[in-house]
Design a protein. Structure first.
Length: 165
């Protein structure tokens, strides 16, 4: 998929709405070769998805071995709105707490007092984190109104051909 095609999808209003959500699911291949899919908080900086994790997270060994990831950001309503992304994870070990981590957790409902307590706890727990940066190399937006999964699109095409015959 070409970068301009990816940008066109990611710049759609619905994609922007999904990219502003709190959680995504990140799929990757574990060291033992089996699939993993983890929910994780994220932020979109306009060109990359950034997630942050502990320096001892098991997924880091897997991502160093095979950086390919697939991401899903979706809604819980009918019809679902789904943004599917693929890319490569780049790992960036940082001292302290990345600003993205504080941003991505800023949308949870907390009172100002709870926020202060949460941030103090985070700062006391982590001496550093790993930023997992993913630049999308493929994207698909499915809204079940104007876009469908490719297999369903094929069924619609086949049905239309049968009806014309």
């Amino acid at each position: 998929m070409q970068p301009n095609e990816i940008a066109a999808i990611l710049n759609l209003p619905l994609s922007q709405e999904l990219l502003a959500r709190d959680l995504l699911r990140m799929a990757y291949v574990a060291k033992d070769g089996t699939p993993r899919n983890v929910p994780i908080a994220f932020t979109w900086n306009g060109s990359e998805i950034v997630v942050c994790t502990t320096k001892n997270a098991p997924k880091l060994l897997s991502l160093r071995h095979n950086p390919a990831v697939a991401l899903t950001i979706d809604t819980e309503v009918h019809p679902p709105k789904i943004l599917l992304l693929r890319g490569r994870a780049e790992l960036d070990v940082v001292d302290g707490i990345p600003e993205e981590y504080l941003q991505m957790n800023g949308s949870y409902e907390m009172t100002p007092e709870q926020r202060v307590e949460w941030e103090a706890e985070v700062r006391s727990l982590y001496d550093g984190m790993v930023r997992i940066v993913i630049t999308p190399t493929w994207a698909k937006l499915i809204d079940f109104e104007t876009t469908l999964p490719s297999a369903v699109e094929e069924l619609v095409r086949q049905r239309d051909e049968r009806q014309r015959a």
